[in-house]
Write a protein that binds this ligand. Sequence first.
Ligand SMILES: NC(=O)c1ccc[n+]([C@@H]2O[C@H](COP(=O)([O-])OP(=O)(O)OC[C@H]3O[C@@H](n4cnc5c(N)ncnc54)[C@H](OP(=O)(O)O)[C@@H]3O)[C@@H](O)[C@H]2O)c1
Length: 381
Amino acid sequence: MAPYTVRWGIIATGGISKQFAKDLLVDPSSRDVSDVKHEIVAVGSRSVESAQSFIDHLKSAKPEDSWSWGVQNGLLDGVKAYGDYHGVYNDPSVDAVYIGTPHNLHHRNAKDALLAGKPVLCEKPFTMDVEELDELISIAKEKNLFLMEAVWTRFHPIAYAVQKVLDSGRLGRPKRFAADFSGDAKLDATGDRMIDPELAGGALLDMGPYPSVWAMLTLHHDKHNKDKDPKVITSHQTIYKRTGVDANSRWVVQWDGLCQAALLTDLENSGLKEATAVVQCEEGDLCIEYPPWRPETFHLVPRPTHHVGSIKEKETHQVPCHPGNNGMSYEADEVARCLRDGKIQSDRMPWDESRIVQGWFDVVRKNGDSVLKDYKGQAGQ
Ligand SMILES: NC(=O)c1ccc[n+]([C@@H]2O[C@H](COP(=O)([O-])OP(=O)(O)OC[C@H]3O[C@@H](n4cnc5c(N)ncnc54)[C@H](OP(=O)(O)O)[C@@H]3O)[C@@H](O)[C@H]2O)c1
């Protein structure tokens, strides 16, 4: 049977949209996929010049670039450049819209796309608060349209491999969890969106989705977990004084009857190479190596004390993404399969799990003292 094809419209021409667009153009067979494929039919930007230069950049792929396969095989043929986003939402040739704008525009852009009748894949963090997210979910339900947060890491081969080890029962019950996404961004020397309050900058919203994704994949999905509404029990933010956003955020989540997770994100210090996320279990520890957004290696590590579990020797598992792939093709394949199967949400990245993480961010933000503390999202507007 011919593969199911999704014709994508891309919203915004920034860094992550470029990565995503390139991954749409990589040969699906290079990641062992034959049931779905992707085309790019429209690019929307605040300026038509930027949309056109985005397209020109894609088309200028050199033979050694992995996305040149898509250019050579016509996946960009006929792509249109729009000088606004509505052109893409209203283009009848667009099957699904990808949104790669700054955080505080996600709700507006996703809402406009849904109201125009388009399925949506929206970058993380999904929205600015749970109210905004609930509004998007209710529009998606009402219009019977697919909607998903683009938490690409969920779809990486290593995410399934880590869960397989935990599901096997070899490590026993999780007892404790910690995860960190940090990087020294040299804040005093930068003016970019990461620290711009006008673009909802700060560590929490930008980087917080990554420690969260590992907590969700390991603890929330653990077979021993019965708590479907894990809550933040304490949090702290350190404020970057020049712009008032959070330079770091720490929060502890409780899964009642299972364990606690300590989550950290920091724009002023480097992360931990061998332990970006650690699930400590009865029989040993599962340690995932940096970077949390696209790790390739995890270890099973014996206990250091006399209470040794059944893991006696360190074991290393390497599970990279397929070569030539930035790691974003997998989430696009998920969207394609959901559209093909008539689903409006993904089983792998369901709305209620986006809501849980969005809810943590709301609590941490409100407990803190950043300029976004009292930020009210635009639900209803
Ligand atoms: N999944 C991931 O790994 C990942 C990685 C990085 C970022 N992200 C997420 O993706 C989103 C975009 O991040 P990015 O790094 O791609 O940002 P970026 O490079 O700054 O690009 C953002 C784009 O949004 C558009 N935009 C619309 N209104 C804007 C405004 N007022 N100011 C600035 N840009 C505006 C611009 O495109 P036009 O001018 O073409 O309209 C701009 O190029 C963020 O929400 C971020 O959290 C995800």
